[in-house]
Design a protein around this ligand. Structure first.
Ligand code: FAQ
Length: 311
């Protein structure tokens, strides 16, 4: 019966077993995974835009090669995550259309502009740094394909973070103009990075269910705290400051306390009213529509190959 299946599923989750595509799973578990995994895939793809903006203007050949490789990695993560989501019986095209013309979301962080090359350094350090904290947790997720995707993604994100941190360290050690650029970028990206982890736990409607099923193994606030604790020291080491006067170490808890996140801004960005939302959606829609002939040609090629193979 349905109840027995649910019970057996629960036991598997409690034992820490991975759930695989052909296994029985509750419909709501599947729907939550589709929502979260496709959102993650869309984020990787739209996440190519803020950085792609600087490929032609990177300050040296070395920086250009590294940035190009990083942006290509994001494309790979997106493709990988779409494939992982397809194991749940949905079509990639439908997921993409739900994002471009429907209601599917992508990460709030990619709705901010990259004004100087220092933003590229800071994205590597803070945005990839936050993504690693979140995705290291998701690498332990109960759904096999998503867990494995995150293991692989985290390896590449670690390189992204290191290259960003190294670039920022150099810039923060440069001329006074370079130091100002570095600090300005940190000031602008700090709060939006903290928003990546999602609303406070008490305002997070999906968390309880996701944790019950082992999709998430830590809450939004736990991960955010973990990220702040790691980042304070890293900032100190390279001589940049984090723009929060309330940041202070609590000896008793062993954690860094921080000020209130500007939540109005967060909700406004995820409703589509951030500084770059419209621009990002316009660019993605244009790419999708102009790529129609490529998809058609690929389908036709596949059809002809199949006919040939059958002969
Ligand atoms: N942005 O109930 P919760 C990257 C939505 S990849 C937009 O707490 P949940 C790599 C949420 O969807 C970054 N929307 O939701 C890279 C929900 O709305 P819905 C992407 C957000 O799922 C680096 C509502 O608010 N990573 O950075 C955000 O339990 C550099 C209520 O929230 C992932 O997607 C937000 N920040 O927790 C690429 C990881 N926060 O869907 C290029 C996978 C919340 O019900 C360059 N996802 N919302 O309509 C997750 O870990 C989770 O889904 C959270 C949200 C933590 C994002």
């Amino acid at each position: 019966t349905e109840d027995e299946k649910r019970e057996a599923f629960r036991e598997r989750i409690d034992k820490g077993e991975k759930i695989e595509p052909k296994d029985w799973m509750p419909e709501q578990y599947k729907q939550q995974l589709i929502r979260m995994m496709s959102q993650h895939a869309h984020s990787e793809i739209v996440g190519m835009l803020p950085e792609g903006n600087w490929i032609t203007r990177a300050p040296s050949l070395k920086r250009k090669i590294v940035l190009l490789a990083k942006v290509q990695d994001e494309a790979g993560h997106g493709m990988y995550l779409y494939s992982a989501t397809e194991t749940l019986g949905v079509r990639r095209q439908d997921l993409i259309e739900d994002y471009l013309y429907g209601t599917a979301k992508y990460s709030s962080i990619f709705n901010y502009p990259t004004l100087t090359f220092a933003d590229i350094c800071v994205i590597g350090w803070l945005v990839d740094g936050a993504a690693i904290v979140n995705q290291t947790m998701l690498a332990k997720s109960s759904y096999g394909p998503y867990s494995r995707a995150n293991i692989r993604i985290c390896k590449e994100e670690s390189f992204h973070k290191k290259q960003g941190y190294e670039m920022l360290a150099k810039m923060a050690d440069g001329t006074s103009d370079q130091q100002k650029m570095a600090q300005d970028a940190v000031n602008r990206w700090w709060w939006p990075t903290l928003m990546m982890f999602g609303p406070h736990d008490e305002d997070s409607p999906n968390s309880a269910e996701l944790i019950k099923w082992g999709v998430k193994t830590k809450t939004n606030d736990e991960l955010r705290q973990d990220f702040v604790d790691r980042t304070v020291m890293e900032a100190k080491a390279i001589g940049v400051t984090l723009p929060d006067p309330e940041l202070k170490y609590n000896e008793e808890t062993g954690h860094w306390e921080f000020g209130e996140i500007p939540w109005d801004e967060f909700w406004s960005v995820i409703k589509g009213n951030g500084p770059m939302n419209r621009e990002r959606m316009k660019t993605r829609r244009k790419a999708y529509e102009e790529g129609e002939w490529v998809r058609e040609a690929a389908m036709e090629y596949a059809r002809k190959r199949k006919l040939k193979d059958e002969k």
